[in-house]
Design a protein around this ligand. Structure first.
Ligand code: ZLS
Ligand code: CA
Ligand code: ZN
Length: 398
């Protein structure tokens, strides 16, 4: 009223339905929804809830999920239970459930789980469209491998595709960035024929010494840039950055900033979706990289500084205490707060953060010290990678 401007800051919203926490993939399964409980407890213990608008979104409806997914697939997903699955062998196979690897198990409350994380991503996108938030966060989402009618790699419904489709109702160009250690294949595939979505994924790619086969999902080579048909508008609108084991903080930060800056400058997105999978951290149970929490958070900070409406979502992350630390730190980055390294002592699940050989009781332990991965990325290889990425971007100039 008096011409005094609000201090330069961002409106941040946090979209989270606590019912997601109570779902279990099975005791040996690496995906642990209770990492979201830890995350929320840290966010609250640091008082970050007072710096954001909090929402408890309702589950997405079947009609909403059908905007991307196949209706028969959705009916199957809705109906399947651990009790009746033995009578649905063909459906199970056709839709990517169970199987030998059991990456996508059928568990109690599966439909509820997928509707909750998807509802949160769609609500977050809606908040950006309404201009109610500059940054909208959903740590329960980011399930980038799910296909139109297939579950894959712990992902059943692709909440990212649904959120981007919603953003496209008002945005001409949406940039999708994916720092999960796995290739964001489901999102890339969903928009492969569109020039209104550019997908950029950083990931481990190639033969995996630990598994003895290609690192999941096996796609995402530097030469994969969307359709090759020159009449397809999606041509050149995907960029993949394949990385080898053990990449360190400085290398990743340089790679991320150099390439992402160039993409933003050339593509000029009007909204950005960042999948911030925490399995790219050092010491992750499935990952192969050596990143520390602040280097991972540097990516969030970099994207925030582009100043476009931003949807920030979770994804992988298989060492729950470090997932919680990272997403709490990144929530703080969004609201512009810096956090004490000593964890607040009144956290309900404090025992999860104590008794580690290093890192007990602190927010920013040195994760690379604990890592088993040698750095196989030479300076020369990374320079070549950046050079190839820049060549790939020339397609954007038409
Ligand atoms: O990006 O590597 C695979 C596929 C297989 C098939 C053969 N079997 C023996 C191994 C697995 C090749 N799947 C990956 C999927 C990774 C999904 C990442 C999701 C995301 O982070 C986004 C949320 C994989 N890696 C590790 C496992 N699966 C895995 C490890 C341990 C177990 C327990 C439960 C289930 C079976 C035993 C499982 C999967
Ligand atoms: Ca990725
Ligand atoms: Zn992953």
């Amino acid at each position: 009223e008096y011409g005094i401007e609000k201090p330069r800051g961002y409106n941040v919203s946090f979209h989270y339905n606590p019912h997601v926490e109570y779902h279990h993939f099975g005791s040996s399964h690496p995906m642990k929804p209770w990492r979201l409980t830890l995350t929320k407890q840290l966010v609250i213990a640091y008082g970050l809830e007072y710096a954001m608008d909090l929402y408890e979104p309702r589950p997405a409806s079947k009609d909403e999920l059908a905007i991307f997914h196949d209706r028969e697939y959705l009916s199957f997903l809705e109906a399947i239970t651990p009790q009746n699955m033995k009578h649905h062998d063909e459906g199970m196979k056709a839709y990517g459930f169970g199987g030998e690897s059991n990456d996508c198990p059928v568990f109690e409350g599966l439909w509820n789980y997928v509707s909750l994380y998807s509802g949160a991503s769609m609500h977050a996108a809606q908040n950006l469209l309404n201009n109610q938030s500059d940054i909208a966060i959903n740590w329960s989402g980011g399930l980038h491998h799910a296909k139109k009618k297939e579950a894959s790699g712990f992902c059943y419904i692709n909440d990212i595709v649904l959120a981007i489709q919603h953003l496209l109702t008002q945005h001409q160009r949406v940039l999708y960035i994916d720092i999960d250690v796995h290739h964001g294949d489901g999102v890339e595939q969903a928009f492969e024929s569109s020039d209104r979505v550019f997908t950029l994924s950083y990931h481990k790619h190639g033969f995996d010494r630990h598994y003895g086969y290609q690192f999941f999902p096996g796609t995402g080579d530097i030469h994969e840039m969307g359709p090759t048909d020159p009449t397809n508008p999606g041509k050149g609108h995907a960029l993949n950055i394949p990385i080898d084991d053990g990449i360190d903080d400085d290398q990743y930060k340089w790679l991320f900033k150099t390439i992402t800056d160039a993409v933003v400058e050339k593509y000029r997105p009007t909204a950005i979706v960042l999948q911030s999978g925490a399995d790219s951290l050092g010491g992750d149970r499935l990952g192969r990289f050596n990143l520390n929490i602040k280097a991972h958070g540097f990516c969030v900070e970099t994207v925030k500084n582009y100043g476009r409406p931003m949807l920030l979502i979770g994804g992988g992350g298989y060492t729950p205490r470090n997932v919680a630390r990272t997403w709490c730190h990144e929530t703080a980055v969004c609201v512009g707060a810096s956090l004490h390294n000593d964890l607040p002592t009144h956290i309900p699940y404090i025992q999860a953060f104590q008794g580690e050989e290093n890192g007990g009781g602190i927010l920013y332990p040195e994760l690379h010290n604990r890592s088993r991965h040698d750095n196989l990325n030479t300076a020369k290889a990374l320079q070549t990678l950046v050079q190839r990425a820049m060549e790939n971007l020339r397609y954007l100039e038409g």
